[in-house]
Design a protein around this ligand. Structure first.
Ligand code: PHE
Length: 450
């Protein structure tokens, strides 16, 4: 493994934040968050979610950036550089594998977004159109060749961006996509909230129902916060290694996680009020975006236009996150095996494509193949967000809190005093990393398992 490498860098704080937020804002916000809120107690869930994302997860994000910038590498190399130990480098390899598993199902859903975007462009969801969206969705995802074709298109686009490299590929596209995503989701949210009868949806999102908030719901909130902020997958370790010394990683982490959380809430406001305004059942779960919304659009004035805006948003959000996950894998391979970027993209892409085909087919012909009662798609989803991301984050916080220790941490976040940051702020973040984060992660995981 190469210890000294010449790295590409983000050109400044805006580039760093744009890339981080583009990674964070994804299917997690638009596809998962709104229905999880609905199923787990509305505002009660949001309050727990806000607590986790701002108080616990943002410091974990800082910890990841610290490891990446100080260790000058994607996860395996960063841990190796900081410790000289192959065991710790192994922790980095787990992050990389986590990304491979997430991508396997994420790209499949990415393919669905391409298909639905095309459908909307062909005005299938215009006002007054008749669609049996549940049947259409079922038929599409259980098929074999068609969903694989769409997911291939999706993967191809993300590979092209990755091939262009960090500054020219990831940073440039993120700077474009991130503001666009916000504008689009605000447009759709304004349309949704101003529909007659939208109030019921707003209440559904924001009225707390603590009776639905059981232990499982708390774990779901934590898992969702991790997934949505792209934690525990080595993402910020990798992006930290592209971050310049003069950038303030604590401030940028807070800006990124507040933006991501705002986006999730905006996505809820874009979806739920419209669903309620047309008296459709919101408990659709994972089918909310692909089954419920097409129905909503066909009943909405200018529904055709809003369906294009919505599915384009969903596509962009999924794409920018998939790109970031891909980068972790590719950067790790480049550093571990000293291979050119192009070769790493081909090899990693091949493996992810093969696993993705299995995930896609597990919705249809491979549906009876079950492990732990789940098909491969659900298994990868469950194992990554409820096990691997939490386990990796635990390693990250234990590493920064107990192995790297306070002085090195303070030195890194202030860039040896060059970055102005109130000392109490840095210390508060450190103590959350050292004590609160491991305790919260362990307690929640254990109470659910036991
Ligand atoms: N945060 C992304 C989302 O919300 C998913 C993701 C997870 C991306 C981990 C990168 C790393 O969809």
């Amino acid at each position: 493994m190469k210890r000294e490498n010449k790295r590409d860098h983000f050109s400044g704080s805006f580039g760093m934040i744009a890339a981080t937020v583009s990674s964070a804002v994804g299917l997690g916000n638009l596809w998962r968050f709104p229905y999880l809120v609905g199923q787990n107690g509305g505002a009660a869930f949001i309050i727990v979610y806000l607590f986790f994302s701002l108080i616990i997860c943002t410091p974990i994000m800082v910890a990841e950036f610290t490891i990446g910038r100080r260790g000058k590498g994607a996860p395996p190399l960063a841990f190796l550089n900081l410790t000289g130990s192959r065991k710790w480098a192994g922790a980095g390899v787990i992050s990389m594998l986590t990304c491979v598993l997430i991508l396997s199902f994420y790209n499949v859903v990415g393919g669905w977004t391409v298909k639905y975007f095309f459908n909307s462009v062909f005005l299938q969801y215009r006002e007054g159109a008749v669609v049996d969206s549940a049947a259409a969705f079922g038929q599409f995802v259980t098929g074999s060749a068609t969903p694989i074709m769409y997911f291939t298109i999706f993967m191809f686009i993300s590979a092209v961006i990755i091939l262009a490299g960090v500054t020219k590929g990831i940073e440039r596209t993120s700077k474009l996509m991130m503001p666009l995503l916000f504008v689009l989701v605000v447009l759709v949210a304004v349309r949704s909230i101003t529909l007659p009868g939208a109030g019921a949806g707003v209440r559904y999102m924001f009225k707390p129902d603590f009776s639905l908030l059981d232990r499982r719901a708390v774990l779901v909130a934590l898992g969702q916060a991790f997934f949505s902020l792209s934690l525990g997958a080595g993402l910020q370790i990798t992006y930290g290694s592209y971050t310049r010394r003069e950038d303030n990683i604590v401030r940028n982490s807070f800006v990124s996680s507040v933006s991501d959380t705002m986006f999730a809430i905006l996505a809820g406001c874009a979806i739920m009020p419209a669903v309620f305004a047309f008296g459709i059942n919101p408990g659709e779960g994972a089918g909310l975006a692909f089954v419920t919304l097409p129905q909503v659009f066909t009943q909405m004035p200018l529904g055709g236009l809003f369906s294009i805006l919505f599915f384009f948003t969903l596509f962009l959000a999924a794409l920018s996150s998939a790109v970031s996950l891909f980068e972790v894998v590719v950067a790790s391979m480049i550093e571990m095996w000293e291979m050119p970027r192009r070769k790493a993209v081909l090899i990693a892409g091949g493996i992810i494509f093969a696993l993705g085909c299995v995930c896609s087919l597990s919705q249809g012909v491979l549906g009876d193949f079950r492990i732990l009662g789940r098909n491969v798609f659900d298994l990868f989803d469950f194992v990554t967000s409820n096990v691997l991301m939490l386990a990796t984050s635990l390693l990250v916080v234990l590493f920064v809190g107990w192995k790297l220790k306070k002085d090195a941490f303070m030195d890194e976040i202030t860039s040896s005093g060059d970055v102005k940051l109130p000392r109490w702020g840095g210390l508060a973040v450190f103590y959350v990393i050292k004590y609160a984060a491991p305790i919260v992660i362990l307690t929640i995981v254990l109470t659910v398992i036991l």
